[in-house]
Design a protein. Sequence first.
Lengths: 112, 119
Amino acid sequence: AQSVTQLDSHVSVSEGTPVLLRCNYSSSYSPSLFWYVQHPNKGLQLLLKYTSAATLVKGINGFEAEFKKSETSFHLTKPSAHMSDAAEYFCASNTGGFKTIFGAGTRLFVKA
Amino acid sequence: GAGVSQTPSNKVTEKGKYVELRCDPISGHTALYWYRQSLGQGPEFLIYFQGTGAADDSGLPNDRFFAVRPEGSVSTLKIQRTERGDSAMYLCASSYDPVAVGGITGELFFGEGSRLTVL
């Protein structure tokens, strides 16, 4: 069975400093992996996805993630946080069917 | 519209009442999903439609929950005899290509959700 674990429920950074949001997956098969962002009172929006091509994936708004099979990880990073990055971030996994499984989410706080 | 539309955005009801939540997917998307998101949690899969048929309803918590998509476009999630534990955000998503081809799957396009509060 597939599962997704987001290691931090909350992350707080200062504006202009790097962001790291951690995600580990568990799957019997090579999954497709996704990061979604959810701003207050908004739907989830795709940031980036990994689908067995390049292991370093670049997404929107300067975010990127690296797929590491040996560590079963897909951590999300950004070199410099902006106030507008404050939101809830969800890591998700799909092992090739129709069911996408989501982690519990990480709330990112950005301090001025 | 350009995106997934969900109505109502907010619904407050009393325990025991019947509720319908509507989802209008992106035009041309054959796949439609319902998820439930409780406070502080990630979206939890409820049901998936491919066209008019429910291809997988294994996530529906019990027989009080039912969903339809009669014409392969708009879907309605129906909850009978609501309970306080049903209070959550109900999210709808649609996509082009739900079935994996060589491990490649498409992204989900989400609506803004319907927040249900059962008093």
